[in-house]
Write a protein that binds this ligand. Structure first.
Ligand code: BF8
Length: 653
């Protein structure tokens, strides 16, 4: 492949794209060449919410539109381009928020079953976090057992999803000033189920026709995701499976092993994958693998499930979103086990060219051509054993066309909010004080949350890596989740040594003193709630204003593609964070809607959206914003460090 034609930043992936062509396995990289995006739908100018359409209302090309022409540019029902773009945008939020929150609901259900002793194999692993959550949610501790407390917490969590009135209790985690902003703007959310249904109602034909009012409901729903459904998922997962702490792991397709049974766990919910990790280490399973001619069982993760099992068990990551088909193309994957979200339907057809078994496990997500072994939370170990056995028995069926790239990297992950707190402040005085101090003294310019997907419209991982390198070079500490975290791992940025090589002098000096990488892996996409909690902790520690919108921070998703990314971006913005997306922007068909999101939201929420395809320019938009916030805080000028002698001290008194 000539360099100009390379579809991935990663050479091993490019080699596999070529192998796929030779093996006649059709991948997303091929389909992105032949399937061009619709220029009308991609900018939000197509409405298909009723049977009279789809109605298309594209901006006229190459000429200024007259007011009369604009008046006529409407759908059959009279909906304007603004209404249509806003409707499409908030339906994306509804989709993304639902995905995160339904994940959270599944965790809550398992949490209750585990607390009642009805889900063998699961137990409360983080007692301290359980008790903390009990205090936060007003659940009595007294002399009750952990199980009793956990049942009440689980039931309270489930109630939150359907809360009909008032505000979700989890939003109380936000700084007080932020909560007041939401109340003043009328976006303090009720339960996610109610908010999502209201989006679907308002965007039905003939209901809400005011784009600002539509966008307001989008904001309210996104807050119910980030500060609600996603946050509940993260909190309960930590209690059940353990709060992540720094852990060494490997990344990229090179984690696959030619002489072992390779099982890839792909998707998002760690409920079953936790059990698969346990079962794959059972001596009987390892013996079974040996009896089939393999040296052992090698587990690897893909997408956000990868982040979950890496953070808690150090299981290697085979890749991110655009590498899922390529893993199969290695010819070495004996089973790919999937649950929900970000799973290509085409993995089943790519698998037909090799020997890989695709195993679906969720009743919510089946794929024709895949084997379905349903996850039963009351009998999870049985499901996990059946799955691992199926993979092991498939090992002898390999077709001999195995090619595993030599591109494995090391990484350190597991930077939960609790870990950062401890690493910076120590066990007895855990705090964000050293981070705030280093921001105030200018060694660290600010903090950026860089997250999100890969997008087949863009060279795989290139924007992620370019943006993150530019930020750390300019002394911005990066915190990351999702597929960005995996891209950073593959580029070697999640190692303490990366600070000396890629970070600016100030950031590097802090990373070296504390022993952390310049890019901190905080988990999967639902764990973006950890970023909200970290930002709140920075506010609470003092010296950087009294709301998240005062902090010198910014957010980005340079290769986004999913509706979840839009929901995440919207709750970052609603929390007061300037957030830049790359690749494409879904409301460009309406100048009014785009201006509202990019400019007017700042007056309302202190945060706003931005769009820039070039990752370096986007990084500088973030840096400029960080500098603007530093100036407003009065910390924009480096303060001279003066060593006082006795005489100067006497003068002071
Ligand atoms: O939830 S970053 S491609 S894997 S949507 Fe999907 Fe995007 Fe990856 Fe995780 Ni998040």
């Amino acid at each position: 492949m000539a360099e100009a034609e390379q579809k991935s930043f990663d050479q091993g992936s490019n080699d596999l794209i070529e192998k796929a062509i030779k093996d006649e396995a059709n991948t997303a990289f091929d389909r992105a060449d032949t399937m061009k995006p619709c220029p009308i739908g991609s900018v939000g100018s197509c409405c298909k919410n009723c049977g009279m359409g789809p109605c298309r209302v594209p901006l006229p090309r190459g000429k200024e539109e007259t007011p009369e022409e604009k008046l006529k540019r409407r759908g059959i029902c009279g909906a304007t381009a603004e209404t249509i773009a806003a409707r499409n945008f908030i339906r994306m939020i509804a989709g993304g928020a639902s995905a995160h929150s339904d994940h959270g609901r599944g965790v809550a259900e398992l949490f209750i079953a585990a607390a009642k002793g009805e889900a063998p194999g699961y137990e409360i692993r983080d007692e301290q976090k359980l008790l903390q959550l009990a205090l936060d949610w007003g659940v009595e501790i007294g002399d009750r057992s952990n199980s009793e407390i956990a049942v009440e917490i689980g039931e309270k969590a489930l109630e939150e999803f359907g809360r009909q009135e008032g505000e979700i209790i989890t939003m109380r985690k936000a700084p007080l000033k932020r909560q007041e902003v939401w109340r003043t703007q009328g976006v303090a959310p009720r339960g996610i189920d109610r908010e999502v249904v209201e989006i679907m109602h308002r965007t039905h034909i003939g209901v809400d026709q005011d784009y600002q009012n539509l966008l307001k409901q989008g904001v309210r729903t996104a807050i119910a995701d980030g500060w609600g459904g996603s946050m509940i998922a993260t909190e309960l997962q930590d209690i059940l499976f353990g709060t992540p702490a720094p852990i060494l792991g490997k990344a990229n397709l090179g984690v696959l092993k030619e002489d072992e049974v390779n099982i890839i766990i792909h998707g998002h919910e760690p409920l079953l994958s936790e059990m698969i990790v346990a079962v794959s280490r059972e001596p009987e399973m390892v013996e079974l693998a040996k009896s089939k001619g393999a040296k052992g069982i090698n587990l690897a993760g893909m997408c956000c499930t990868a982040n979950e099992i890496l953070m808690r068990h150090g299981v290697g990551i085979a890749g991110n979103f655009l590498q899922q088909e390529l893993a199969i193309v290695t010819g070495a994957v004996d089973a790919m086990v999937v649950d929900v979200q970000c799973i290509f339907q085409s993995i089943a057809t790519v698998a037909e060219c090799y020997h890989t078994k695709i195993i679906t496990t969720s009743p919510k997500a089946k794929i024709p051509g895949a084997v379905h072994i349903e996850f039963d939370e009351h009998n999870a170990l049985k499901s996990a054993r059946e799955i691992v056995k199926a993979a092991v028995e498939n090992f002898p069926n390999r077709k001999g066309n195995v090619e595993i790239p030599d591109n494995e990297t090391d990484q350190i992950a597991g930077f939960s909010h609790e870990t950062i707190n401890y690493l910076l402040g120590g066990l007895f005085r855990s705090s964000y004080r050293p981070l705030n101090d280093n921001i105030i003294n200018g060694r660290i310019r600010g903090v950026a949350g860089v997250v999100g997907c890969n997008n087949a419209r863009y060279k795989h991982n290139e924007a992620h890596i370019a943006m993150v390198k530019e930020l750390i070079k300019n002394d911005v500490l990066v915190i990351t989740t999702g597929c960005n975290a995996i891209a950073c791992a593959e580029a070697g940025l999640l190692l303490p040594e990366a600070a000396a090589e890629f970070a600016g002098e100030g950031l590097a000096s802090v990373c070296e003193a504390v022993g952390i990488p310049p890019v901190l892996h905080m988990g999967s996409c639902v764990d973006n709630s950890r970023i909200l909690i970290a930002a709140t902790a920075m506010v609470k520690d003092g010296g950087l204003g009294d709301d998240i919108s005062d902090l010198p921070v910014a957010g980005a998703a340079p290769e986004w593609m999913s509706e979840k990314a839009i929901s995440i971006g919207q709750y970052f913005v609603a929390s007061g964070v300037f957030t830049v997306f790359g690749v494409t922007w879904p409301t460009l068909g309406s100048k009014e809607v785009t201006d509202f999101l990019f400019k007017e939201m700042e007056d309302m929420y202190g945060g706003m959206w931005g769009f820039e395809e070039d990752p370096i320019k986007a990084a500088h938009m973030m840096i400029d914003h960080i500098d603007k916030k530093r100036k407003a805080l009065g910390i924009d000028k480096a303060r001279e460090r003066v060593l006082y002698d006795m005489e100067m001290r006497r003068e002071l008194t």
